[in-house]
Design a binder for this molecule. Sequence first.
Ligand code: ADP
Length: 615
Amino acid sequence: MGARLSLSRLTAPLQENVRRVLQLGRAVALVWSASPGWTLANAALIALKAGLPLVFLYVLKLLIDSLAQNYFGGGTPAADVNERVVVLVGIAAGIALLQSLAVAAGRLITDTQAQVITDHVASLLHKKSIEVDLEYYEQPKYHDTLHRAQQQATYRPRRIVDRLLDVAQNGLSLAVMGAVLVSFHWAILPVLALASVPGVLLRMRHSAQYYDWERRATAEERLASYYNEVLNSVGHAKDIRLFGLGPLFRERFVALRKKLRQQRTRLVWSRASGDFIGDGIAVAGMFAVFAAMVHSVTTGTITVGSLVMYFTALQRAWSHVGAMLHSTSELYEDNLFLGELYEFLDLEPRVLEPDSPLPVPAPIRAGVAVENVSFRYPNSGRLVLSNVSLRIRPGEHIALVGHNGSGKTTLAKLLCRLYDVSEGAITLDGTDIRRFRIRDYRDQLGVLVQDYPHYQQSARENVWFGNTALSLTDPRIDAAARASGADAVFARLKSGYDSMLGNRFRDGEELSGGQWQKVALARIFVRDCPILILDEPTSALDPDAEEEVLARFRQLAQGRTTILISHRLSAVKDVDTIYVMEQGRVAESGAHADLIRRGGLYARLFELQAKNYRV
Ligand code: ADP
């Protein structure tokens, strides 16, 4: 047992490293799939950049040898030697020029490729962002991952491309220089490899330490960026001033950054000393090889030109080893990001399309039925709805009322198929809604959610988003805006329906809560759908505005099935059936008058609210 344990302790880091290396393979695949053409161009350029120094070294050797033979030997130079020297210098200059060209072209290609990849990753993220379940957004753990993946998508892929190119380029150049060195003596490579082992080990140890520290520090770094956000963001500006919280959050930010900075500096110091020791050993190895080369010149085994060539190759090989180590350790850090990106990209939705979808009934004849539905949120053991049943005939108006947390919004989410029920079923004309294509089913619904968005787009588009199948100039958009009251709001804006709404962009005009509400209402008015769901549509409104919204809604609701969620009982008393929710169950149901007569929970709540209104 003990032996097994220690074995797994030994193999676990190995497995982790294998996983990271495989993860890099996925990065290469990502780079390739985003930009195969640019990748090939880059590969060709790398080969060129690795090959040119080889040719250069050889020309250098020829040049030095012919100079040594003809000018230092004491004899008369051969007739054509000047011409030969000029040609060799010319070739060397040409190679150097070609190298500069390759560097410039490399920059161009890498930059363009990085942009292509950045946009590709952003597009992958966006595709996944709209594909994943709502669950993903409602869990802070996942939300952080998404947030980081999205934030870093702008620069990490570029870094990964750069590092991978570095590793490839230096690896190839190293191989080329290695081949040159082997032609001097086979033992050079093993000697150099041995001499660089301590450096490699020290660097790996540092990379692991740094990686671990990064993981541990992530939470505190996020906290620091939260303080930064509190100090800088519009959302906090008022509160920070009114409560005088600025200095407090500044102090917290400064203290946390100081702590992180000190930890990082300690790591950088330990790396610098490790690098020095590793480099020292490698330099000793390198000069041992150099001594052997010099000795060969003295015994006449190689020429002076060859010595220059071999020593330059030795130096270059050494610098390629250093660069490769550097890039590899930087890739460690990028791995952190890759892990989060892949975790997000690999998410599978749980709310699935059916294998063989059925057509959605039109018109609806029997209505919507919630049949013995129980529900718990994924990753939570608690039953939020238990055994809920209700039936809504076509054209019927119902309301869900009850205390906060009694499960009303959750039931609405199930009706919209944002989650699937844990037990029981929701049916439309007797068919389980999981049998319809999700898009087809949702097209039957006009839903105004509690936290509807304020699209920072034009007024007309804000309504049109409700039904993008229409053309942007369709008169139904104007009609919906008139019906919801948004038309009067737009009429007062500088450019009418073409005005940009919200204050995020230039020339945008901010609306009040009540005005935004009318715009959101217009968005569902423009939908041509048989079922309407309104979740607390009036919670942010004053009583006048509430009455107006409800009156307009009642008009639209005629002939349609409607589900109204509200904690203001005065808003719902005219509906056909009221369902009173209590701790995830339907406690009672019936028309307002029946429920009052019954004297149960509803009657008590109604009396309480009515008393408050009278005061
Ligand atoms: P209501 O709309 O009646 O105020 P909700 O349906 O929003 O009630 O919430 C019902 C219960 O479900 C509450 O206890 C709430 O804490 C829980 N809940 C709501 N959303 C989630 C979620 N995304 N994950 C886990 N629990 C949730």
